[in-house]
Ligand binder design. Structure first.
Ligand code: NAP
Ligand code: MG
Length: 473
């Protein structure tokens, strides 16, 4: 049993003023793993104060100084690979496979921030004037539990690259993962106050970050509902916001695709991170005359799918993070049944032998229309809806008939055709014949999947404020 009773403010582990505790429960067994002491409003204000003081000097550091800080953090993280994977599988229930990918993603965040700093010009000429790209100020970082340290690394590395200081609020459910990254960040020896981390509730710590006038920008990843609450509060002090929200990503399989490759890929896209992924490809669009072939392939692949202990390197789908998330997924499977969709594999209840944890059966629905709730709402669990189409135009129309627009997938044996279809989908990223991450390309959503972009030059510039110096001749 671990007790996490420190938060991190101004370069030190300190005891929060908040006195409430939150239990950390294993998603795999539902046993209590430990508890975390939660920070309160005052703790958050202290963290913001520390970040504000640190900004005075940190905003004036050179790119090469900041590159050194990023390298220090990266090497501290490199020493703890197994610990990062272990704590993510234990506390969050992330599969070993996903935790390994997530660990690489953490390191890549620092590499790409260093790469950006080596190439980005903070002073530009526009028209006849000098334009200085200056650090935006203190950044509030608010993140969910589904890839906690991955989000801390991608957002913090960009903030540091830009010369900003930060106050970070992870999900309280990620406290042990947060503790580990804090140990690495502490070891990296950055100036005091550049990063501050407060464990605590969204309505308390998150709300203070959204309200506090000394926060200049918020970078948020989470649900569309909470994103809207934060944006509404942020506008009172005109904070800049970058919002990475939900998704209902379409996956168009064109009729000329190699189905023996495209279908396994589609299941990988749907069930990645046990379905708890904003970029999961949860609407599979199949040509009507390929439905029977698709069903056979899915049944075959699904029968070999390992659901269970996330520490097993072969496990494809682990438990849902919490009982609440388990119930949410069950409710949606029931909704799908009530709406008249047909279960191809999976269904309600827990898989046999896995009754103690928050395990669900990876579920594939057929006979789904794009108007059903299971096709419109983000479920955030391993539930895939198959929708058929007649023509390429109809496939694009269905793909775009959604309030979201974070990611999409297209498979075709004709690369030109895939490119043409991809170019008509309203999503921040479209993956063609595969699943990849380019840390120098922008990431973010169209429509209600968010505002702004992360990664690459666009991601960096979201942490910068341009100042034009105009000297009339
Ligand atoms: P969430 O409820 O939106 O919470 C995200 C973060 O916001 C948590 O730290 C939460 O704190 C905090 N929060 C809650 N209420 C707040 C408030 N009133 N003011 C300020 N902060 C507040 O999301 P979740 O349930 O943790 O995660 C699942 C959702 O995240 C899914 O809908 C998924 O689509 C989305 N997501 C999006 C992306 C992306 O990149 N677009 C990536 C991952 C996840 P508490 O934990 O204390 O509630
Ligand atoms: Mg929440």
């Amino acid at each position: 049993m671990k007790t996490i009773d420190k938060i991190y403010i101004n370069g030190e582990f300190v005891t929060p003023q908040g006195t409430e505790y939150f239990d950390l429960i294993s998603p795999t067994t539902n046993e209590k793993l430990g508890k975390v002491r939660l920070g309160n409003t005052e703790d958050t204000q202290n963290a913001i104060e520390a970040a504000k003081n640190a900004l005075k000097t940190f905003s004036k550091t050179t790119a090469s100084e900041r590159i050194q800080y990023l390298k220090n953090i990266k090497s501290a993280i490199e020493k703890r690979k197994d610990d990062f994977i272990d704590v993510m599988t234990e506390e969050y229930g992330g599969t070993f496979q996903f935790a390994s990918v997530s660990y690489d993603y953490m390191l890549k965040s620092f590499e790409s921030a260093i790469n950006l700093l080596n190439n980005y010009d903070f002073t530009k000429t526009m028209g006849e004037s000098e334009v200085q790209m200056t650090p935006i100020g203190v950044v509030g970082i608010i993140i969910p539990w589904n890839s906690s340290n991955g989000f801390i690394c991608s957002k913090l590395s960009t903030a540091i690259a830009a010369g900003c200081t930060t106050v970070i609020k992870p999900s309280e459910m990620s406290a042990q993962q947060t503790q580990l990254i804090l140990e690495c960040l502490h070891e990296a020896n950055l100036p005091k106050g550049v990063f501050n981390i407060v464990n605590g509730l969204g309505e308390v710590v998150g709300a203070e970050i959204s309200r506090n006038p000394d926060i200049s920008k918020i970078s948020f990843t989470g649900s569309t509902n909470v994103g809207k609450i934060i944006a509404k509060e942020a506008v009172n002090t005109m904070k800049r916001v970058t919002l990475e929200l939900g998704g209902k990503s379409p996956n168009i399989i064109l009729d000329d695709a190699d189905f023996s490759k495209a279908i396994p890929l589609a299941l990988g896209a749907a069930f990645m991170n046990s379905g708890q992924a904003c970029i999961a490809g949860t609407r599979l669009l199949i040509p009507e005359n390929k439905l029977e072939e698709t069903k056979l392939l899915i049944k075959e692949i699904a029968s070999n799918f390992i659901v269970g202990n996330p520490k097993n390197p072969n496990t494809a789908v682990g438990p849902m993070v919490s009982e609440k998330q388990y119930n949410r997924v069950q409710d949606y499977i029931q909704i799908g049944i009530n709406e008249g969709a047909e279960i191809l594999t999976g269904g309600l209840g827990k898989p046999e032998g896995l009754e103690n944890g928050n395990f669900v059966k990876p579920t594939v629905f057929v006979n789904v229309t794009n108007q059903m709730r299971i096709a419109r709402e983000e479920i955030f669990g391993p539930v895939l809806s198959i929708i058929t189409y007649k023509t390429e135009e109809e496939a694009i129309e269905i793909a775009n008939d959604t309030t979201y627009g974070l990611q999409a997938y297209v498979s075709s044996s004709n690369t030109e055709r895939a490119h043409r279809v991809a170019s008509q989908i309203n999503a921040g990223r479209v993956q063609i014949n595969g699943i990849g991450h380019d840390p120098m390309a922008p990431f973010g959503g169209f429509k209600q999947s968010g505002i702004g972009r992360e990664f690459g030059t666009l991601g960096l510039e979201a942490y910068l404020e341009p100042r034009a110096l105009i000297q009339p001749k």
